[in-house]
Design a protein around this ligand. Structure first.
Ligand code: 5GP
Ligand code: ZN
Length: 113
C-alpha cells in the first residue's frame, strides 16, 4: 500500500519511535511545530476521521490514552497539551492515515490558524 504512515509502521521509512504496541505506534513528527510534537497512529489503515467505524471505537480511545501517557512521560501533562486530528484538505490533512498530533511545550494559540 502506498501510504506513508503504513510504510513507517512497516519500518520501510525510518522514524523516531516513542511508543508501540500491537495496535498503535507513536513517533516524532519530522517537522515539529512545538517542542513536543508526536504523532499517534493506529496500525490499521484508516484514511480520515470520517472513515472511523463502530468497531474502531476502542482503538480510537486507546490512541488518546497513548497520547496521555506520552504527555505525562514528557512532563507536560500539568502545563497542558493539545491533541489535534485534521480531516481533509481545508483542515490541513496531508497524510491520509489518521493520526493524533500531540503538541506541547509552548503556549498554544486559540483559535488555531
Ligand atoms: P497532517 O498534515 O496530515 O495533519 O499531518 C501530517 C504530519 O506528518 C505533518 O505534521 C508532517 O510533518 C508529518 N510527516 C510527514 N512526513 C513524515 C515522515 O516521513 N516522517 C515523520 N516522522 N513525520 C512526517
Ligand atoms: Zn496507512
Amino acid at each position: 500500500m502506498n501510504c506513508l504512515f503504513c510504510r513507517i509502521i512497516q519500518d520501510k521509512i525510518t522514524s523516531k519511535r516513542i511508543y508501540e504496541d500491537e495496535s498503535i505506534l507513536a513517533f516524532e513528527d519530522v517537522s515539529p511545530q512545538a517542542p513536543v510534537h508526536i504523532l499517534i497512529i493506529p496500525k490499521k489503515h484508516i484514511p480520515t476521521s470520517l472513515d472511523i467505524e463502530e468497531k474502531d471505537h476502542e482503538l480510537i480511545g486507546r490512541m488518546f490514552q497513548v497520547a496521555n501517557k506520552i504527555a505525562i512521560d514528557r512532563g507536560v501533562a500539568e502545563r497542558g497539551f493539545r491533541i489535534v486530528m485534521n480531516c481533509n484538505s481545508e483542515a490541513g490533512q496531508t497524510v491520509f492515515h489518521i493520526h493524533l498530533h500531540l503538541l506541547a511545550g509552548r503556549a498554544m494559540n486559540w483559535p488555531p490558524g
